[in-house]
Design a protein around this ligand. Structure first.
Ligand code: FES
Ligand code: FES
Length: 174
């Protein structure tokens, strides 16, 4: 039996009928067509599926779609503002924070959440903040550099009064 789920995805309200067992990651990819959220494991360890739910970074393979009822979900597709990349995306580009890119949407969403909680993290805080995300290609050095650079870019944008593209409105959670 299907259940109705109503939620907001990247600012757009949606209502869909879904199986109660459907995971949020499958909902985003297969129902909403947002394939930027990746599936990299079946043990909830890799973080490739990370999205923001009400501003909090969540591994979307650990949550049913129906549990997102009434919530606001933001995926990698919701970060850029038209052609203008989010500072975190730009920083990954500028600092070679990716190789194959499979893990990158998860790292970027986790990085955005990290900076929403701690706008000026140290290298150690970045490594700790991203410990739920695994990359099979890079040595993490450029990923840490990317998040640091994003923090600087976002601070500069705030100083200039420019809102960062796609910045989450809420930032709850631990
Ligand atoms: S696919 Fe969700 S943690 Fe790996
Ligand atoms: S860039 Fe390939 S898995 Fe991270």
């Amino acid at each position: 039996m299907k259940h109705k789920v109503a939620l907001t995805v990247n600012g757009t309200r949606r209502e869909d009928e879904v199986e109660p067992r459907l995971l949020l990651v499958h909902y985003l990819r297969d129902v909403a067509g947002l394939t930027g959220t990746h599936i990299g494991c079946d043990t909830s360890q890799c973080g490739a599926c990370t999205v923001l739910v009400n501003g909090e970074a969540i591994k979307s393979c650990t949550m049913f779609a129906v549990q997102a009822q009434g919530r606001e979900v933001q995926t990698i597709e919701g970060l850029a503002n038209g052609e203008q990349l989010h500072p975190m995306q730009q920083a990954f580009w500028d600092n070679h924070g990716l190789q194959c890119g499979y893990c990158t949407p998860g790292f970027i969403m986790a990085g955005v959440y990290l900076l929403s909680q701690n706008p000026n993290p140290t290298d150690d805080e970045i490594r700790k903040g991203l410990e739920g995300n695994l990359c099979r290609c890079t040595g993490y050095v450029n990923i840490v550099k990317s998040v640091k650079d994003a923090a600087q870019k976002m601070a500069a944008a705030q100083g200039s009064g420019r809102p960062a593209a796609g910045t989450p409105v809420t930032a709850g959670g631990e």
